[in-house]
Ligand binder design. Structure first.
Ligand code: UD1
Length: 343
């Protein structure tokens, strides 16, 4: 039998594919390559097996997903395929609802028709909106502050309803801030166009591709005034997906689980440690707050330890070292199949 990984050529999908392969599973990648490169598929094959299956197409296409499941004997699914830019989702909400919920519906329909009921869903700590209290637990209030966040929350609700009706066992994994890369440097984050997340921008400054980093906000109520996040190594995150599939038989129905380290780091701490890792200072300047940013957010990861038997192991230095190794090896990301990079 095999595991289908939708969005398997993406940042978290590719790392998870490697971890699933290492767990002894046969892996089938599905990706429409709208925000990923076929070179990522080749790199995953390089880290796993040259004959790892890849299906190019849209997870909302029920027939395509169904054919992939039949052809490869799929009996469990990890669903990542989704658009993930907050800013783009504000400009194009309909596209976000259609793509992110359409893919959930496509995967669910294909699963239901084949009586496949084991699913891991890629959710996000964005479902907590702007939390009042930290650490955030799975029972903290939910709510979204942008269309991207709503697509994740509605996706969770949809899956929960199907699970409550007895048709599905699903882990709703709420990621905090994934960074880092596979230690080989062969796969990593390859943002389309101009990145908006902290670490990709920071390391572009470190490599001279960008002049300086804007630190959004120096007047937060934190130790150094900059905002605090729970950064998580993408390989730890990938391993959590394997643990989540393994835990499904003991935890039927729908279970939401936070994936974070339980430790917060400020933006200025990340900048200082990154400078140590790259071996030179990284130009930055504190500017005004970014609208919509929370002051501080980190996970209570105790449910993940209890339900999945999983705890994040890699520290911030390792995350930055591994992310930097990937950047140095791939200054232009997965080159070749990319037509969308800025000159
Ligand atoms: C963002 C998304 C979130 C998504 C997550 C994926 C927003 C508002 N939220 O979270 O929905 O799930 O990415 O990883 O976009 N920062 C700077 N300068 C920069 C960029 C970022 O100071 O140039 C700061 C931010 O203000 C924040 C921290 O770095 O305090 C992390 O930012 P980012 O990597 O964008 O992640 P989030 O905003 O936490």
């Amino acid at each position: 039998m095999a595991v289908l990984v939708t969005g398997g050529a993406g940042y978290i999908g590719s790392h998870t594919a490697v971890a699933l392969h290492e767990s002894g599973r046969r892996v089938v990648l599905l990706d429409d390559l709208s925000n990923a490169s076929s070179a990522a598929v080749d790199a995953v094959r390089g880290l796993t097996t040259p004959d790892l299956a890849f299906v190019e197409g849209d997870a909302a296409d029920i027939d395509l997903v169904g054919r992939a499941m039949d052809e490869h004997g799929v009996d469990e699914v990890v669903h990542f395929a989704a658009s993930k830019s907050v800013e783009e989702s504000v400009r194009e909400p309909l596209a976000y609802f259609r793509n992110n919920l359409g893919s959930v519906l496509g995967v669910l329909a294909a699963m239901e028709a084949r009586e496949v009921r084991r699913l891991v869903f890629s959710s996000s700590c964005t479902v907590y909106g702007e939390p009042d209290d930290v650490p955030v637990t799975e029972s903290s209030p939910t709510g979204a502050v942008n269309p991207y966040g709503w697509t994740k929350l509605h996706g969770e609700q949809l899956l929960r309803a199907v699970a409550d009706a007895g048709g599905l066992d699903v882990m709703l994994l709420r990621y905090f801030n994934p960074i880092g890369a596979h230690p080989s440097g062969a796969i990593g984050e390859d943002p389309t166009g101009i990145p908006t997340n902290l670490v990709p921008i920071l390391l572009q400054v470190a490599s001279g591709r960008r002049e300086w980093l804007q630190v959004f906000g120096g007047d937060y109520d934190t130790t150094d005034g900059s905002a605090v996040r729970d950064y998580l190594h993408v390989v730890d995150l990938a391993e959590a997906h394997v643990a989540a599939l393994d835990a499904l038989s003991a935890h039927p129905g729908a279970t939401a689980v936070n994936l974070g380290t339980g430790r917060g780091h400020s933006v200025l701490e990340v900048v200082a440690l990154a400078a140590e890792v790259v071996g030179h200072p990284i130009a930055h300047e504190v500017v005004g707050r970014r609208p919509g940013d929370a002051e501080r957010i980190w996970a209570d990861p105790s449910l993940a330890a209890e339900v999945l038997g999983w705890t994040a192991e890699r520290d911030l230095r390792t995350m930055l070292e591994d992310h930097w190794r990937w950047c140095e090896a791939h200054p232009d990301g997965f080159v070749g199949a990319r037509a969308d990079l800025d000159p």
